[in-house]
Design a protein around this ligand. Sequence first.
Ligand SMILES: C[S@@+](CC[C@H](N)C(=O)[O-])C[C@H]1O[C@@H](n2cnc3c(N)ncnc32)[C@H](O)[C@@H]1O
Length: 433
Amino acid sequence: MENDKSKQYIYIVQASLEPSKCKIGKTDNLERRLNEYNSMTGKSQENFYRFLFTCEVSDMAAVEKEIKAGFSKFREKKSREIYFFNDDLFDDYVNFIKSHKLFVEEIFIKTEENKPVVKTVKKATPSLKERGLSSKDLLQKAQMVKNDEFYTRYEDVEKELSMYDKSIWENKIVFCNCDDAVDNADDRKNSAFALYFRKHFKELGLKKLICTHYAGKVDLFNQGLKAYVAYISYTTDGENIHKDYPKGYDGSFDHPLSLKILREEADIVCTNPPFSRAIDYWEITIKSGKKFIIISNIINPITPAFIPYFKDNRIWAGYNRVDYFLNPKRQLTDAAGHWYTNFPIKDRPKYELLKIMPLKDIPEKHKKYDDSKTLLVDNCYIPSNIKKPFAVSARPILNGLLEKGYKIIEENESYVAFVNGKKCFRRVLVQKI
Ligand SMILES: C[S@@+](CC[C@H](N)C(=O)[O-])C[C@H]1O[C@@H](n2cnc3c(N)ncnc32)[C@H](O)[C@@H]1O
């Protein structure tokens, strides 16, 4: 496969389980790109990506831009890289590219079919339901037993980060500070965060990327026992990676060196921190005053330690939830994660899931009063004409309720409702402003 870094390529790639779609993109390394699709996406053994067409061009950004404009009708609205696919459309895509003035030559690559690196959990493994667990239980369990060893999938990082206005990254130093390993030779030894920022470094206009490797008991990314700080920048010669192995450094986000980098260098913090240390991580990150986009448990908006941050508008939900991680064997694992940030969320798409209406219009089965006569609403139904506090689950908060004229009224506690003397789920009390 072609690997010459000075060359630029356009490709059409397709997942075996999604024959009605394909992705069209640009890269300076076809092999790495295909590996990213197959090893970082968490696809199952039956689902593998292969190139349908690859060619060299003299300016990949320009060609890609014109493809996007020329075939805008055939692109998925949400995932801008995805194009609809059938034989006729494929011919159109290829003809368009081949007749472009910047087209150099077609490259023929022998695809090693059906060789994905990621495996899914074997069928014999009981499902969460069979084990009587929900994915929330699993993350809470991880929090308790200190099982922090999950990989974030590349596609989840890409899906979230690509939704922010590109200008937020311009000339910024991004700090990935929870075992975000960097490896030049093997993509699988990079965290998905490191890989995303390395891949999009120039496009985002980053100034620098700083990633730390944590020297914990589990060496998730096979980076050895020594912690390091990796500094990534771009010079006229291309990507420049410099790794420092300071004496006594353990790579922890709360090590003095990590805190110094956070304080003095970082503009934006971005990672999936260990669940068992989420309380400390949130405190340090939020108090630093830096911008951040991070993953954490989906129930944080109703968890006592985190409620004050939502109440004071110091953090809010990002765009997406995170339903899967990869375990150390790179098997798909259910997750109950969500993105959180302090960047503005533009026209939050999930507002439309909030059903704000007069109390009388909320279906009976979605409203009830608990033993203390507090109103409980579920399924994202929100009363618009009630002045008194009422209790909601995490979901409406994640869908932007606090941006729609409602506020959290508790200080440090989540609300536990009792109905007929029976303890119900945890909730949070909110009130119309
Ligand atoms: C959920 S994993 C995510 C790993 C990687 N950031 C990713 O997104 O794929 C959390 C990682 O943080 C590491 N970790 C545990 N304690 C840490 C600490 N105090 N400081 C930094 N990283 C830590 C764990 O070993 C684990 O690799």
